[in-house]
Design a protein around this ligand. Structure first.
Ligand code: FAD
Length: 419
C-alpha cells in the first residue's frame, strides 16, 4: 500500500521503518528541515521501562496542589482559559484511582518490554550507534518516604515483568560512584539492569538515513494544513504549499500537534502538551569522572540524567502551559541547582545548552496506537500520545502499528492503546 506518515519525530521515523519493512511504499511528511527537531530533539535519553508509573497516580493531586503557583515546581499546572486543558485535567484525575493506575502501569510495562527488545534487535540488525549505554537505570531517593513508595512501585513492576529491584544506599553508590559526592543524602534506590540510555535524536537521524536508503521517501519542510474526510474515510491530506495528497493509508505521528488536525473533523484526542526542559552539559576531560554513566532518575525532582558520550543530559519537569516553548530562567536554574547539589564538581562546566520540548501527554500516559475507522476516518491510523516515554516506546509502538495494519497478532493485546 501507499502509506504516508505525518511527522518525523522518533515515533514517525520508527513507524516509517517498520511499515517499509512490512512491504509498504512509505512517504514521510515533516515540517522541519530534518528528523527529530521537535520533542525528540533533546529528551532525557532513557529507555526506561522502569519509569512506567504514570504521573496520574493516587498521590498525584496532593503533589500538584503542593506545587501550585511555584515557578520552579517539578510539576506545574498553569490554569488557562483553554477547554482542552480542563478536559484533559478531568480525565487525568480519573486516571489517578488505584485500579486505573495499576492498569496503566501494566499497559506501559508490556509495551515497554516489547519496545526495548525491538530496539535491541534493530540495533543489532543495523549496527546503529547513538551514544547508547547498556548500564541500566538507577532511581535514587533523598527522602525516606519517597523511597518507601518506590519500593512498593518496584514490586508492582516486577509483577508485570520489569526487574526493578530495591538497593540500599551503599549499593546505590557502588552502582553509580559519581553519586558519592552528592550534598543531598541518598537514602536508597531501585535499579533496573536491563534498562538503557542513548541519544534519541541521533537514533532517529540514523534510522531515517537507513530508511531512505531502503526506499522511504522523506519530504522535509512540508507542513500539513488539514485532513479531509469523504464517505467515512480520510480522503486527502492538504499541505500548506497547496499540494493535496491522497494516500491509501495515513499515519498521524505528529506528537503534541496531532489533536489540532483532528479537531476540525470532530475527533477530540486526549493529548495535551506537557512542556519539559533539558540541559546538555559538554564535559571537559577533567570532569568526565564526576558525571554519572549509569542513567539516573531523581523522582522527587522529576529529573533524569543520561550520559551521552562526552555530554551529560539532564532533563525533566513538567509544565502545563499550552504550546509554549519559551525557556523560563527560573526553571532552568532549578534544574541546574539540583544537578550541582548532586554532582558539585559539575558547577565548573561552562558549556550548557538549554532546551524545551512538548511531551504529547495522554491523561494515562498510555499512547494511542490504533485505526480511526470507528470515528469515520477509515484509512487513518494514529501513533501518538507517548508523553514521558516516547523514546522508550517508539520501536514497540511502531511494530504494534504495523502488525495491526497487517491484521496480524502483535504478541500483545492492542486494546489498551485504542482510543
Ligand atoms: C524534557 C523531556 C524529557 C524526556 N525524556 C524522555 C526519556 O528520557 N525517555 C523517553 O522515553 N521519553 C522521553 N521524553 C518523551 C519523548 O521525547 C517524546 O515522547 C517523544 O519525543 C515524542 O515523539 P513524537 O515523534 O511523537 O513527537 P515529535 O518528536 O514532536 O515529532 C512530531 C513531528 O511532527 C512534526 N509536525 C508537527 N506538526 C506538523 C505539521 N502540521 N506538518 C508537518 N509536520 C508536523 C514536528 O515537526 C515533529 O518533528 C522526554 C520529553 C521531554 C520534553
Amino acid at each position: 500500500m501507499r502509506v504516508t506518515v505525518l511527522g518525523a519525530g522518533v515515533v514517525g521515523v520508527t513507524s516509517a521503518w517498520y511499515l517499509a519493512a512490512a512491504g509498504h511504499e512509505v512517504t514521510v511528511i515533516e515540517r522541519q528541515p530534518g528528523p527529530a527537531l521537535e520533542t525528540s530533539y533533546a529528551n532525557g535519553g532513557q529507555i526506561s521501562v522502569s519509569h512506567a508509573e504514570p504521573w496520574a497516580n493516587p498521590a498525584a493531586w496532593r503533589q500538584i496542589l503542593r506545587w501550585l503557583g511555584r515557578e520552579d515546581a517539578p510539576l506545574l499546572w498553569r490554569l488557562r482559559a483553554d477547554p482542552a486543558q480542563w478536559l484533559w485535567g478531568l480525565r487525568f484525575l480519573r486516571e489517578c484511582s488505584p485500579s486505573r493506575t495499576r492498569a496503566n502501569i501494566a499497559a506501559i510495562v508490556r509495551l515497554g518490554l516489547s519496545s526495548r527488545e525491538a530496539l535491541r534487535a534493530l540495533r543489532r540488525e543495523l549496527a546503529l550507534d547513538y551514544d547508547q549505554l547498556e548500564r541500566g537505570i538507577l532511581h535514587f531517593y533523598t527522602d525516606p518516604r519517597a523511597f518507601e513508595h518506590a519500593v512498593q512501585q518496584a514490586a508492582v513492576m516486577r509483577e508485570f515483568g520489569c526487574e526493578r529491584v530495591p538497593l540500599a544506599t551503599a549499593e546505590c553508590l557502588a552502582t553509580e560512584p559519581a553519586l558519592a559526592a552528592s550534598t543531598l543524602p541518598i537514602v536508597g534506590g531501585t535499579y533496573t539492569a536491563t534498562d538503557e540510555s542513548g541519544d534519541a535524536r541521533r537514533f532517529t537521524e540514523v534510522l531515517a538515513q537507513r530508511a531512505a536508503a531502503r526506499g522511504v521517501r522523506f519530504r522535509y519542510g512540508e507542513s500539513v494544513r488539514a485532513l479531509e474526510r469523504e464517505n467515512g474515510r480520510l480522503a486527502r491530506v492538504r499541505l500548506a504549499s497547496g499540494e493535496v495528497l491522497a494516500p491509501e493509508l495515513t499515519v498521524l505521528a505528529l506528537g503534541s500537534y496531532a489533536p489540532l488536525l483532528l479537531r476540525p473533523l470532530g475527533v477530540r484526542l486526549p493529548v495535551y502538551p506537557a512542556k519539559g526542559y533539558s540541559a546538555t552539559l559538554t564535559l571537559p576531560a577533567g570532569l568526565a569522572a564526576a558525571a554519572p554513566t549509569v542513567s539516573l532518575t531523581d523522582d522527587e525532582a522529576r529529573l533524569v540524567f543520561s550520559r551521552l558520550g562526552e555530554r551529560l543530559r539532564v532533563a525533566g519537569t513538567a509544565e502545563f502551559i499550552g504550546y509554549d516553548l519559551e525557556l523560563n530562567p527560573a526553571r532552568c536554574d532549578a534544574l541546574m541547582r539540583r544537578t550541582r547539589a548532586l554532582f558539585p564538581a559539575l558547577a565548573n562546566v561552562r558549556q550548557i545548552d538549554f532546551w524545551s520540548g512538548l511531551r504529547p501527554a495522554t491523561p494515562s500516559n498510555v499512547p494511542l496506537i490504533c485505526g480511526l475507522r470507528e470515528a469515520g476516518l477509515a484509512g487513518l491510523w494514529l501513533n501518538a500520545g507517548h508523553g514521558t516515554l516516547g523514546w522508550t516506546l517508539a520501536c514497540g509502538s511502531a511494530q504494534l502499528l504495523a502488525e495491526q495494519i497487517a491484521g496480524r497478532d502483535a504478541g500483545i493485546d492492542p486494546a489498551p492503546y485504542h482510543l
